[in-house]
Each structure stands twice: as structure tokens, then as C-alpha cells.
Design a protein around this ligand. Structure first.
Ligand code: GSH
Length: 326
């Protein structure tokens, strides 16, 4: 945790269960927006204009929230405009750490840091809270634009339209209500549901979360079997990106480590085919690093004291060596 700009204590990934044993995700601190001309976005102070070589994403490949920002960057053709630095797979006692190769890249941007929490205190020397990824860094103002992936998805969908024209609209006007309605249950029941199951501190909190996860998967399976190929029918939208990041990790980490084991993703024909379909979209495979995913989740000593990383599942996606994001 950061307290008034300083890192305190050892990091412990299971923190967050409340008195009833339920895991609660914390809220995010930086909520500014990049807009085409620097005018205000929905939140924040609005002086972040879209420009090439100005913004940089700091991510961890294991993290589903960070991965969804990488997916939008790839799908919207922003790779040459927005750079990326990837944290090392395993947790350190100070949270996310940057390996030497990544540190030199960041130092070249004026960010001479070893840990992600140092990026936070660079942005605000009195910051308190979690030092989470993703972080969208602004080189020009030497600050964090946003550390909220849901906002980053939306701003990357629109802000760079002049610099990187794209046919793809991940949040089209006519589908907004339907996308919002879907996100309203896929986030608590699935994306965060697996964490609620994995980090529950009581049997009852676990059972409640696990039931939510599988009710959500059943609902998505039915929806896709009836009407595909994507969640909104013919068009790929942010709803797909948000669901995919959890599905692609499911059999490798949530099924075992987080005890979401009523069924595997592989047991859901429509959902499994859907995950393969999204994975096959241009640029997406490079955002899925199963090696980092497994090494990170299984390095959580509270959940897995031996630190042993399982060999399977065999059908997992992603190359063992890990992809290159460029
Ligand atoms: N609201 C954030 C949540 C991101 C998040 O939870 N990231 C996790 C990794 S999956 C993290 O960095 N945790 C570090 C910590 O808890 O200190 C978002 O969606 O951008």
C-alpha cells in the first residue's frame, strides 16, 4: 500500500476481505481522460490531448484489467502511438516490479523506477492506496492520466480517431445501453466474481461467489449459442473484450487456484469457441501470455504456499515463450 506517497509494509494479495469474508475491490485514484483536443472528458481536469509518443501504458500480462487495455490498443491500431512496459510476472514484496529490460525503456521516458508504486508517487507525492496496473502515463505532464481500465478502454476507443483512423467502434451509440446492461452483471459476477471466489475468507462468501461465476457463464453460453458470433451479435464491442480476459484465464488459473471448479471453460462449447474466435482476432494473441498468467497467480503464497506452478491445462492458449507486444 502507498500511504502519503510512501510504500508501507509487505504486499499481500489476499487483503481485501471484509468482516463477512467477502473480497472487496478498492476504488481507483486517477480518473482523467485523453480526448482528441484536450477538452474535458467525463471525469478529471481535461488537459490531456491525443498525441503520438506522449502516452505510455504500464501493464502486467497476468492482470485481466491491464490486458483489456492492451486488447483495445491492438484492435484500434494504436501500437505505434502508445508504448507499453510490462511488469515482471511474479509478485514482489513491493507489488509489481519492472525487470531490468523494461526499466531501461521506462528510464528513457524519464521514469527511472523499479516498482510500479514509484510511478504513483512520481505522479502524486502524497498518493495513498494500491499501486495497481494498468497505469496510463503522460510523459508531457509527468503524471498518471488514469489507472482505471474501464475508462482507458473508452478513451482509447475514441481519443485517437484522427491520428489512427479505425472502422472499429467498440462502444457504438446504438449499443451503449445493451453493453452497459451486460457489463453491469459480467463485472460483478464474472470478472470480479472469480476474485470474490478466490479471495473469499469464509465458506459462505466463496459459495456465493462461485455460484455467481457459473450462473454468469451459463447465461453467456446461452446468449452465444442463440446469437453470435459476438456478445452483441455481429459486432465486436468492449463487452467482448471485458469478458474475454476472464475466459482466457479461466481453465489455467480460476478453475484451480480460485476454486471455480464446477465446470471448465472447455466444458462450455459456445463459450470455448467464442474465446478461440476472439483470440484469433489480429493482435490479440500477443496480449495473452499464459506463462506470465500462471506464474503470477500461482506466486500468490497465501493461496499457493509452495509456489509450484501447474503444468496444465494442455489446451491453454499462448506460446510458452510469451508473445512480443510490439
Ligand atoms: N480498477 C482497476 C483494477 C486493476 C487491478 O485490480 N489490478 C491488479 C492486478 S490484476 C493490481 O495491480 N493489484 C495490485 C495491488 O493490489 O496492489 C482497473 O480495472 O484498472
Amino acid at each position: 500500500m502507498l500511504v502519503d506517497g510512501r510504500w508501507e509494509g509487505d504486499w499481500h494479495p489476499t487483503e481485501g476481505a471484509n468482516e463477512s469474508g467477502r473480497f472487496e475491490r478498492w476504488t481507483t485514484a486517477f480518473r482523467n481522460w485523453i480526448t482528441p483536443d484536450g477538452r474535458p472528458g467525463p471525469t478529471g481536469d481535461g488537459s490531456f490531448a491525443a498525441e503520438g509518443d506522449r502516452y505510455h501504458l504500464v501493464v502486467a500480462s497476468a492482470c485481466p484489467w491491464a490486458s483489456r487495455t492492451l486488447m483495445v490498443r491492438a484492435l484500434k491500431g494504436l501500437a505505434s502511438l502508445i508504448g507499453v512496459s510490462v511488469a515482471q510476472a511474479e509478485w514482489s514484496r513491493q507489488g509489481w516490479r519492472l525487470a531490468d529490460g523494461e526499466r531501461s525503456g521506462l528510464a528513457a521516458l524519464g521514469l527511472d523506477v523499479e516498482y510500479v508504486h514509484q510511478i504513483y508517487s512520481r505522479a502524486d507525492d502524497h498518493v495513498s492506496g494500491r499501486a495497481s496496473v494498468p497505469v496510463l502515463w503522460d510523459r508531457r505532464r509527468a503524471t498518471i492520466v488514469s489507472n482505471e481500465s474501464a475508462d482507458i478502454l473508452r478513451m482509447l476507443n475514441t481519443a485517437f480517431a484522427d491520428l489512427a483512423p479505425s472502422e472499429l467502434d467498440l462502444y457504438p451509440d446504438d449499443l451503449r445501453d445493451e453493453i452497459d446492461a451486460l457489463n453491469a452483471w459480467t463485472y460483478p459476477c464474472l470478472n470480479n466474481g472469480v476474485y470474490r471466489a478466490g479471495f473469499a475468507a469464509t465458506q459462505a462468501a466463496y459459495a456465493e461467489a462461485c455460484a455467481d461465476v457459473f450462473a454468469a457463464l451459463d447465461r453467456l453460453e446461452a446468449r452465444l449459442a442463440e446469437d453470435g458470433p459476438f456478445l452483441m451479435g455481429g459486432r465486436l464491442t468492449e463487452a467482448d473484450i471485458r469478458v474475454f480476459v476472464t475466459l482466457v484465464r479461466f481453465d489455467a488459473v480460476y478453475h484451480g487456484l480460485f476454486k471455480c471448479n464446477l465446470r471448465r471453460l472447455a466444458d462450455y462449447p459456445a463459450l470455448f469457441a467464442y474465446t478461440e474466435r476472439v483470440y484469433a482476432l489480429p493482435g490479440i494473441a500477443a496480449t495473452v501470455n499464459l506463462d506470465h498468467i500462471k506464474r503470477n497467480y500461482y506466486s500468490n503464497r497465501a493461496a499457493n504456499p509452495s509456489g509450484i506452478v501447474p503444468l496444465g491445462p494442455k489446451s491453454a492458449w499462448g506460446s510458452p515463450a510469451g508473445p512480443s507486444l510490439q
